[in-house]
Design a protein around this ligand. Structure first.
Ligand SMILES: Cc1cc2nc3c(=O)[nH]c(=O)nc-3n(C[C@H](O)[C@H](O)[C@H](O)COP(=O)(O)OP(=O)(O)OC[C@H]3O[C@@H](n4cnc5c(N)ncnc54)[C@H](O)[C@@H]3O)c2cc1C
Length: 498
């Protein structure tokens, strides 16, 4: 039964979504389709959607398909290359492609060119040891249906044809190797968020920008109550809902902590800020048409993997290189320096200290990164693009990542680089922590959330979910025929044919 918001002094909803990034807007659009009668509100503290981590310049825009990201295919202790994580991420990205295609067909999202562009994904390494790793990875990947179309070369001329900037001026005495997928993508997650927010508005969702949520408490009736402040007018009011999604990005940890749910105990956050080098000079951008990912340097965390990417934002083409890590105690770009200290609780202090003690290499890495000058950053770029000129590249500040710190099974604090879905046991509240693979897999994460929080509805929603995502509930790597069908259909709808 749907709630009427106007009959109580507290504004009442079936569902409240906190935050207007890719996660909340994706969940809102899915819920509106599954349950159009539910009364939904979305509160976003900034004056528009998709302006924090989902903004195209705050992230790298990689449609993470595990095509080029070498941290998803580690070498195991027995020497073999594990493809398990890569298969999981590729499968999830196919879910995203299917849902976005469905929304393009339904007019929820506009022309595919406004948010997704076909772009080859290339892994590129140099040196004997790294070339051997990439060759072994190629052999392991081509055995998986999801990755059977991988191409590989150790010929410098072929590398030069795939990505001219990589080869020009390179010392050919060092061996190089590259693997390529032609069907990779660059995605503007800010555009997806804003288009979905516009759709929610048109569907009658109570969409309020410049509205900041604080203090979540459980009412005696089992509903979640929260304080909301209109930051433009200063007006304050209370709102309540049967279900709350805390899609507040870096703001999620403190909101989930304020709810007092058991499931958030022991979790902490470690903020890592980022910068990219960017150029819009057409003489350079027109010579590179790929996302080229390398290997992270020794001791560096997985999110520091350097990459040289073509980007398509607002119809303009540019090149971006990075990320370079930095340190700030903010959990959001538009956050506060007190975010980190205020997130410390008796239940997460020990795990956080243990993470600090166990990750001295990360601390050393961050200190070195913070000390890097613009000149040093361009020198790092020259590993990929030997003829790069400092004056042609500007530094831009990316979004804040809040890496998850949590207790492992032995009760010890560990640092985690993935995305963590936190949901109360009764499914009345859920939120997301962490960053990677992040926005690319938002639809799969939201489907997982539905399964955790709405188990009673899943049967009645099943046919609509399968209409949105034809492969829903099935693994594409186990079903090559279905993989071929959904790849072809989504490539056509999203205009991704190379
Ligand atoms: C440097 C960097 C590179 C990345 N590269 C990639 C990539 O290449 N590919 C990829 O898939 N992912 C990438 N990611 C991850 C991706 O950006 C995130 O996973 C994704 O954008 C998170 O979306 P979100 O909706 O959870 O958060 P956000 O987009 O941050 O949205 C959260 C929203 O909540 C609002 N909010 C916060 N607190 C409150 C409050 N109290 N009340 C109301 N509103 C609030 C914020 O203003 C914000 O708009 C990258 C991230 C970073 C930082």
């Amino acid at each position: 039964m749907s709630e009427s918001p106007s009959t109580h002094s507290t504004q009442r909803f079936d569902v409240i979504l906190i935050g207007g990034g890719i996660m909340s807007t994706t969940l809102g659009a899915i819920l509106k389709e599954l349950q159009p009668d539910w009364n939904i509100a979305l509160f976003e503290k900034l004056d528009g959607a998709g302006q924090e981590s989902s903004d195209p310049w705050n992230n790298a825009g990689t449609g993470h398909t595990a095509y080029c990201e070498l941290n998803y295919t580690p070498r195991g202790t027995d020497g073999s290359i594990s493809t398990a994580k890569a298969c999981g991420i590729a499968d999830q990205f196919h879910v995203s492609r299917q849902l976005w295609s469905h929304w393009v067909n339904e007019g929820v999202l506009g022309s595919p060119r406004t948010f997704i562009n076909a772009l080859p994904h290339i892994s590129f390494v140099w040196g004997e040891k790294n070339s051997k790793y990439l060759r072994d990875r190629y052999q392991a990947m081509r055995a998986e249906p999801l990755f059977a179309h991988i191409e590989h070369t150790e010929d410098p001329d072929t590398v030069g044809r795939w990505a001219p900037l990589l080869a020009r001026g390179r010392d050919n005495s060092t061996p190089v190797a590259a693997s390529r997928f032609q069907d990779g993508t660059d995605v503007d997650f800010g555009s997806v968020s804003r288009q979905l927010a516009g759709h929610l508005d048109a569907q009658g969702v109570d969409l309020r920008y410049s509205h900041e949520v604080s203090g979540l408490t459980r009412g005696a009736d089992g509903r979640w109550d929260m304080k909301v402040k209109n930051t433009a007018s200063g007006e304050k009011f209370s709102a309540s809902a049967r279900f709350v999604f805390v899609g507040a990005g870096g703001g999620a940890l403190s909101l989930l902590q304020s709810s007092g749910i058991e499931e958030i105990k022991g979790f902490g956050g470690f903020p890592v800020s980022g910068q990219f080098l960017r150029t819009t000079e057409s003489a350079i951008t027109e010579e590179h048409h790929a996302k080229v990912y390398g290997l992270a340097s020794v001791g560096a965390p997985p999110m520091s993997v350097p990459h040289l990417d073509t980007r398509f934002v607002d119809g303009r083409r540019s090149l971006m290189f990075g990320p370079f890590a930095g340190f700030s105690t903010n959990f959001l770009k538009a956050g506060s320096y007190f975010d980190l200290p205020l997130s410390v609780r008796p239940h997460n202090l020990v795990p956080m200290l243990q993470v600090g003690a166990a990750n001295t290499s990360l601390v050393t890495y961050l200190m070195k990164e913070v000390a890097k000058t613009h000149k040093k950053k361009v020198e790092a770029l020259r590993d990929f693009y030997p003829q790069a000129h400092q004056g042609q590249w500007e530094l831009i500040t990316a979004g804040q990542r809040v890496q998850v710190m949590k207790k492992n099974e032995d009760g010890k604090g560990v640092l985690q680089f993935g995305t963590e879905l936190i949901a109360a046991a009764d499914g009345s509240i859920a939120g997301l922590l962490g960053a990677s693979p992040g926005a690319s897999t938002a639809p799969s994460i939201m489907f997982k959330l539905l399964e955790r929080c709405f188990p009673g509805q899943m049967e009645s929603w099943k046919s609509r979910l399968e209409n949105m995502v034809p492969s829903y509930g099935r693994l594409l790597n186990d079903d090559p025929k279905l993989l071929e069908e959904v790849s072809a259909a989504t490539a056509e709808t999203l205009q991704l044919e190379p």
